[in-house]
Write a protein that binds this ligand. Structure first.
Ligand code: FAD
Length: 477
C-alpha cells in the first residue's frame, strides 16, 4: 500500500531519513507539499520566503522526476488535504519530518487526530536539527537559557550525530497519481517585480545548497576573521538552504569534520563556524521550550519597556534612508537580495530597538517579510538578542555605534558604496559619517547633504542617552 511523504522544511532528497526509509520499504510513495498559510499561526510566510519556496518546489519536483517520481502540490488546510489524499489514493500512512514552531507543532497534533480518526497511521521523525530540543537539558533537568553551557552539552553528544544518508536511486510510484495544483496556482511569486535581483544571488534547491557547501570548503579557514566583514563574502550563505531543509545540518557538520581530518581547516577555525550551527540549534531549543517568545520577550521586565513608535522613522529604517550609511546599506541589501550580513543585522537591529527605541517585533516583522532565510526560531531569538530582552542577550545598555561599527567592519567603505550608490564618490574618511564632512569635500564628490543623501534622522549620542534613561525607568518601577 501507498504511504504519503508529507514534505515540509525538508525539501531535499539526500540525507532524508523519511524518504530513505520509505524507499527501502519498497511500496508506492506519494510526495506531497501542502501550502497552508493558516498553519503558520501569526507568522504566515513572507514575500521573500515565498519566492524561495516557489523555486525550491520547482527544483524538488525536477529532482523527484529523476527518481521516476514527482511532487504533488495541494493548497488548503493541512489535515483536510492529507485526509483527502489518503482517501483518494488508499494510502495507509503519512510520514513527515518534525518542525519546532508552535503553530507547526499544533498542526502535527491536528493531523495526528484527524488521520487516526480516518484509520490512517501518522508518524513524525527528527531531521531538521543536530540535537532534539528535549534531549539537551541542564543538570537540574531544565532547558538552557545560556549558549555556552548549552553548546558544551551538545558537543558531549556529538557522537550521536550519525553519518548522512545517501539519495535513493528510485522511488516506487502509485498506480494512479492524485490531483495536483500547478505550481503557478500557489501564487508564491511577488506581484511587484521586487525579486528582480534575487535570482542573481541565489540558487534555491538542493544542488544550490551543495554548491554553497563546496564553496565553504575554500573559505572556511578564513571564516573566523572574514565572517565579520560585510564587504567580503566571508560567510557560507547556507541560511535559506538550512531553513527550507534543502541541506541537513548534519551534512554540513560531517563535511566540516572531514575538512578538519583532511587538513583543509584547523579544528580551532572550524569550531568558530560550527558554533554558528550551534546558535541555530540553540534558537530552536529556546523556541521549543519557550513557545510564547514570537509574541512576547523572554525577559519579562521588557514587556513593560517604554518602546516608542514613529511611522516615519520606521519607514526611513525600512527603506535605508536613516542617514547612517552602514544601516542604510544593510537595509537596502536586504530589500534587493533578501539577505543581510549578520554583523549588519546586529547594527540595524540595535539602531531600531535602541536609537529609534522601536519594539523588537517591528524589526522582526520587517525581516520576516523580506528575508529569504526568515526563520521563526532564528529571527525571534536574534531580535530579542539585539533588543536585550531575550535568552543570553546582549545587555540593552550595549548600544552599537553605527559609525564606529562601519569604520571597523567596512574600513574602506566598499559595502556602503555598493548598496548606497549616492555615496560612491564620498571620501573614505567620511563614508561612515558624511554629515561630519566639510561641505567642500562633499561638493567635490557631487553630494549635497540632505538632498542626495539624508541627514541622520536622530543624533546617535542623544538617542543612546534616551535609550539608557528608558532602561533606568524600567528598573525604577
Ligand atoms: P554563516 O555565518 O555561514 O553561519 C552558518 C549558519 O549558522 C547560518 O546559515 C545559520 O543557519 C546559522 N547561524 C549563523 N548565525 C546565527 C545566529 N546568530 N543565530 C542563529 N543561527 C545562526 N538567521 C536565519 O537563518 N533566519 C533569520 O530569520 C535570522 N534573523 C536574524 C535577525 C537578526 C536581528 C539577527 C542579528 C540575526 C538573524 N539571523 C537569522 C542570524 C544570522 O544573521 C544568519 O543566520 C546569517 O547571517 C546567515 O548567513 P550565513 O548562512 O552566511 O551564516
Amino acid at each position: 500500500t501507498a504511504v504519503i511523504l508529507w514534505l515540509r522544511h525538508d525539501l531535499r532528497l539526500s540525507d532524508h531519513a523519511v524518504l530513505e526509509s520509505l524507499a527501502r520499504r519498497g511500496g508506492p510513495v506519494i510526495p506531497v507539499f501542502i501550502l497552508d498559510e493558516t498553519a503558520e499561526g501569526e507568522w504566515p510566510p513572507g514575500g521573500a520566503s515565498k519566492w524561495w519556496l516557489h523555486h525550491s518546489l520547482e527544483k524538488l519536483d525536477d529532482d523527484l522526476k529523476s527518481l521516476g517520481s514527482r511532487l504533488i502540490l495541494r493548497n488548503g488546510r493541512t489535515e483536510t488535504e492529507l485526509s483527502r489524499l489518503a482517501d483518494e489514493t488508499g494510502a495507509t500512512a503519512v510520514h513527515c519530518h518534525r518542525r519546532y514552531e508552535p503553530a507547526a507543532r499544533k498542526i502535527e497534533r491536528d493531523v495526528a487526530t484527524r488521520l487516526t480518526k480516518d484509520g490512517v497511521e501518522f508518524e513524525s521523525f527528527p531531521g531538521h536539527l543536530l540535537f532534539e530540543p528535549d534531549d539537551i537539558r541542564t543538570q537540574q533537568d531544565r532547558p538552557y537559557q545560556v549558549f555556552t553551557p548549552y553548546w558544551k552539552a551538545c558537543q558531549k553528544r556529538a557522537s550521536t550525530i550519525d553519518a548522512p544518508l545517501g539519495k535513493p536511486r528510485s522511488l516506487n510510484v502509485p498506480s494512479k497519481w492524485p490531483r495536483s495544483e500547478a505550481l503557478s496556482d500557489l501564487q508564491l511569486l511577488p506581484t511587484i517585480p521586487w525579486d528582480r535581483e534575487f535570482g542573481d544571488v541565489w540558487t534555491p534547491g538542493e544542488a544550490g545548497a551543495h554548491a554553497r557547501l563546496s564553496a565553504l570548503r575554500k573559505s572556511i579557514a578564513d571564516y573566523p576573521t572574514e565572517r565579520n566583514r560585510p564587504d567580503h563574502e566571508g560567510s557560507s550563505r547556507l541560511s535559506p538552504h538550512l531553513h527550507f531543509g534543502e541541506i541537513n545540518p548534519r551534512q554540513v557538520w560531517k563535511a566540516v569534520h572531514k575538512w578538519i581530518d583532511d587538513g583543509v581547516v584547523t579544528a580551532a577555525a572550524a569550531s568558530v563556524f560550527l558554533a554558528e550551527l550551534g546558535w541555530r540549534e540553540f534558537t530552536h531549543h529556546v523556541l521549543h521550550h519557550f513557545p510564547f517568545t514570537p509574541k512576547t520577550a523572554l525577559r519579562e521586565e521588557f514587556r513593560r519597556f517604554p518602546w516608542k513608535h514613529s511611522q516615519s522613522y520606521e519607514r526611513a529604517w525600512q527603506r535605508g534612508l536613516t542617514g547612517y550609511p552602514i544601516v542604510d546599506a544593510g537595509m537596502r541589501q536586504l530589500w534587493r537580495t533578501g539577505w543581510m550580513h549578520n554583523r549588519v543585522r546586529m547594527i540595524v537591529g540595535s539602531f531600531l530597538t535602541k536609537d529609534l527605541r522601536h519594539n523588537w517585533l517591528d524589526g522582526a516583522r520587517w525581516f520576516w517579510d523580506t528575508l529569504v532565510d526568515a526563520d521563526l526560531a532564528q529571527n525571534t531569538f536574534n531580535w530579542q538578542w539585539v533588543g536585550g530582552c531575550g535568552a543570553d542577550a546582549a545587555p540593552y545598555f550595549r548600544v552599537f555605534n553605527p559609525t564606529l561599527q562601519g569604520k571597523k567592519f567596512d574600513p574602506e567603505g566598499a559595502y556602503v558604496r555598493k548598496w548606497v550608490p549616492e555615496l560612491v564618490n564620498c571620501p573614505t574618511k567620511w563614508i561612515h559619517e558624511p554629515w561630519a564632512a566639510p561641505t567642500a569635500d562633499l561638493a567635490q564628490a557631487g553630494i549635497t547633504a540632505g538632498k542626495d543623501y539624508p541627514e541622520p534622522i536622530v543624533d546617535h549620542a542623544e538617542a543612546r542617552d534616551d535609550a539608557l534613561e528608558a532602561l533606568k525607568s524600567l528598573k525604577n518601577r
